[in-house]
Design a protein around this ligand. Structure first.
Ligand SMILES: C=C(O[C@@H]1C=C(C(=O)O)C=C[C@H]1O)C(=O)O
Length: 300
């Protein structure tokens, strides 16, 4: 698969079902073991690319920003049992800042994100803070050096930059609550802030499809099989991605086992709370049918 930062390539054949995958490390436990069934093709990209590809009809299903699913709930439905959610710290959706939150004046926002930008807006509004928000690209260090006092980063590079600020943690790090700052830079983990505000998990991504193009059952079965395999092999997957990311494998393993991939009841409540806070007046969120095997979504 091409790296996540390449623009999506369109290769449409009417008889194929087209998937679009955000290929951040946090979906490796689902995507690494996935074998696409015959007739299904896939492209990869960053969240804003996959959001656009789904909404413009260049793919039929994609793991997209939860915020975009909420905004386009009239046209989109989500798989009932897939999510990228977390309860508390996520480590890869970070506001890097050099002054207390209350004093921030200018925050650079990554162009890769929709959900995390909307989450930041909710969190700032809750505290009645009104810094200037500017779309700008670069590493946290580069953007702080350019005069921003806050920088929002997501995904693999945000995880690496978090580790640059807080690491090295050493082999005896408890991995229960990891540090939030170092070298004059503070890291505010937006998902942890959400937890403090609501006590709920935060859903960053769902697997959404256009209501006129529901996924073939063989693809859903392949995704469920892949997730079961991937979650059973987290050690192997963590070592593979740790090497690629240049991070200690224990950090990557903790990062991955911390996610909630099943859109369970607490995640749906968190998603609903985020929808109500971020998008007042949104249309009701719609989810596809649960698996009909007789087993619960959790164990299939
Ligand atoms: C947790 C993350 O979630 C991602 C954040 C997204 C966004 O901000 O729009 C979209 C998809 C998620 O996979 C991350 O990338 O670090």
């Amino acid at each position: 698969m091409p790296p996540a930062d390449q623009p999506p390539v369109t290769a449409h054949h009417p008889s194929t079902y087209r998937a679009g995958w955000i290929h951040y490390t946090n979906v490796a436990p689902i995507l690494d073991p996935l074998t696409l069934p015959p007739g299904v093709t896939a492209i990869t990209g960053v969240p804003t690319q996959m959001n656009a590809a789904l909404l413009e009809g260049r793919v039929d299903i994609a793991n997209i920003s939860a915020a975009e699913f909420i905004r386009h709930a009239d046209r989109l439905a989500a798989l009932p049992d897939f999510s990228v959610s977390v309860l508390g710290q996520v480590y890869s959706v970070n506001l890097f800042h050099t002054a207390p939150l209350e004093n921030l004046r200018r925050i650079a926002l990554t162009a890769q994100s929709a959900t995390s930008v909307a989450l930041l807006e909710v969190l700032l509004r809750e505290r009645s803070l009104t810094p200037e928000l500017v779309r700008d690209e670069g590493t946290a260090q580069e953007l702080l050096a350019r005069g921003y006092d806050g920088v929002l980063r997501i995904g693999d590079s945000a995880l690496r930059e978090w580790y640059e600020v807080v690491g090295p943690l050493g082999d005896d790090a408890s991995m229960t609550r990891l540090p939030h700052g170092g070298g004059g830079v503070c890291v505010t983990d937006l998902s942890e802030e959400w937890y403090c505000l609501t006590g709920q998990p935060f859903v960053f991504a769902v697997w959404a499809y256009r209501k006129d193009a529901p996924p073939p059952p063989a693809l859903l079965q392949a995704m469920r099989d892949a997730r079961r395999q991937g979650l059973g092999e987290l050690g192997v997957i963590s070592r593979r991605h740790a090497e690629r990311l240049g991070l200690p494998w224990r950090v990557v393993q903790h990062y991955l086992w911390n996610f909630r991939y099943h859109l369970e009841v607490p995640d749906r409540r968190g998603l609903q709370a985020f929808a109500d806070l971020s998008t007042p007046g949104h249309v009701p969120l719609e989810f596809g049918p649960r698996p009909s095997s007789g087993a619960s979504a959790r164990i299939c």
